[in-house]
Design a protein. Sequence first.
Length: 139
Amino acid sequence: MSSEETFPLNSRILIADDSTSSRDILMTELKKLGYQNLMQATNGDEARGLLERANVDLLMSDVHMPSMTGIALLRWLRQESQKKDLPVIILTSSTERSEILEAARLNVNHYLLKPIMPKVLKQKLQVVWMKFKEQKSGV
């Protein structure tokens, strides 16, 4: 298995962030990597609705959003949804220890600090994909 292996380019990626500029930056960087099947949500409630209705392969969610935080969305996803194993990368500009610990307790797949750096984004996608594949194969 190549260390360059990552999510297939046809993966459906949902970006949940209340900041238009943050969503735009992330979408631009994902498109540069070849991803085209991108969805957006402006808050946790909107993301939850999309997750209930659409096939999604990866959720990238900001921590601080109105109506439903990224942590609350992750909690719902892991405890109540039909997509408990969906890979999730939490996005934040905060280094608040309690948020990081809560996300880890809820089995977040990775954490990405803002501002998003293209090289780091690519590395996180590779790490999450490799762990997800191992989990699915029972390794």
